[in-house]
Write a protein that binds this ligand. Structure first.
Ligand code: GAL
Length: 375
């Protein structure tokens, strides 16, 4: 007994010395195991064989362009993260799609059981071309930490109309000419956007793809959800069995609604989508959508955010919703507080999602302990 007591005392003493943190402090510096502020922005988290893997954009001191690539961190408890290196490296080769200096944003990784590969999709803009390319890019790896092999990038689903459009919808969109709508934001322009003005404009070359996330549904089908049509409309596009191609089937969410930064989860048979408006690096009010099917129709509800600065999503922009393993109904809302003048100092907002009358709520907390909140 005496021995047992001494052993327990020793264990208790050792706990704080192990350096394990228990709290998440939204908006503050988040040191990894080596003491460096985590550098994985616009990220996503994959759970695989007992570990969470956090992938994100490596940000430099002075530029938001990609000088390194996609970083990867690993954790068992969601609080303490170990840096696992660069999962996807930008390339030195001039003219490469992912040449150093390109814009590489919002990487997300899913695991494909059919192929045994880890599949990363991200938003890619070519070096020196601002945000004009609006491409989706894909890379694969054999291990969660990479190295990821870059496969290809491009616009999405060329020569395809939205899957749920009728003959009449297609015929209507087919008559729309972007050249006839030189002036944006007019009533006729808005109507044309909703009817697919930009779907038609980009029909041959493929749909634009910027802010994005991935989602694997209960039946194992994977979907790519992204801001398209000049950031006016979100599209949900089905991925192939190996998760590395688009199948040509896609659906639109909130046409003309200007949604970015999509983050999605499913709870009790309902899909919930949190997005932002389009104000670049500046925060705006989060939006909440819900649907019984990933393919729509979606209904918009008021912002889920509650607390100080909730009107501006606490100064952040949504990026991912993390399902906590083994805990039914436990989700973490992930957002980024961007620092465009000092990108490496951008911060993370991780907050638990609670439910009020079955509707998700994201309430601000200065700090919180996942193992207490999700006990
Ligand atoms: C945001 C977007 C970010 C980044 C930024 C550039 O709206 O969500 O991922 O693209 O614009 O201004």
């Amino acid at each position: 007994m005496k021995h047992l007591c001494s052993l327990l005392c020793l264990l208790l003493l050792a706990l704080p010395m192990s350096g394990k943190e228990r709290t998440i402090k939204p908006g503050q510096i988040w040191p990894d195991a080596a003491g460096n502020h985590i550098n994985a922005h616009g990220g996503g988290v994959l759970f695989h064989k007992g570990y969470y893997y956090w992938y994100g954009e490596h940000k430099a001191e002075k530029t938001s362009s990609a000088l390194v690539g996609v970083t990867c961190y690993r954790s068992k408890d969601l609080v303490n993260w170990t840096y696992c290196g660069v999962a996807l490296q930008v390339e030195d080769q001039v003219g490469s799609d992912i040449e150093k200096g390109c814009t590489l944003e919002r990487p997300k990784v899913i695991y494909c059981p059919r192929t045994g590969k880890f599949v990363m999709w991200f938003h890619l803009e070519l070096k020196g071309h601002g945000y004009a390319a609006a491409r989706a890019a894909v890379a694969v790896a054999d291990k969660p930490t990479g190295p990821f092999l870059y496969l290809r990038s491009g616009r999405v689903n060329p020569y395809c109309w939205p899957a749920d459009w009728s003959e009449a919808d297609r015929a209507c969109a087919d008559t729309l000419q972007a050249a006839h709508f030189g002036q944006w934001w007019t009533e006729p322009w808005r109507k044309a956007v909703a009817q697919g003005l930009f779907v038609k404009r980009d029909f041959n070359g493929g749909q634009m793809a910027r802010d994005m996330t991935l989602y694997v549904d209960d039946d194992g089908r994977a979907y790519h959800i992204f801001s398209s049509e000049e950031n006016l409309t979100l599209q949900v596009a089905e991925l192939s069995d190996d998760f590395t191609y688009h199948t040509g089937r896609y659906w639109r969410i909130a046409p003309g609604g200007q949604n970015e930064a999509p983050a999605i989860f499913k709870h009790e048979g309902r899909y919930w989508l949190i997005t932002s408006g389009c104000t670049g690096w500046d925060p705006n009010e989060a939006r909440l959508f819900t649907s019984k099917s990933l393919l729509g129709p979606w209904e918009q509800l008021p912002s889920p955010c509650v607390g100080p600065n909730a009107k501006l999503t606490f100064g952040g922009q949504s990026t991912f919703i993390l399902p906590v393993q083994g805990k039914l109904g436990a989700f973490i809302f992930m957002a980024d507080i961007w620092r465009p003048k000092h990108p490496i100092d951008a911060r993370y907002i991780w907050l638990p999602i609670t439910f009020k009358d079955n509707v998700p709520v994201v309430e601000w907390r200065d700090e919180w302990v996942p193992e207490e909140v999700f006990e």
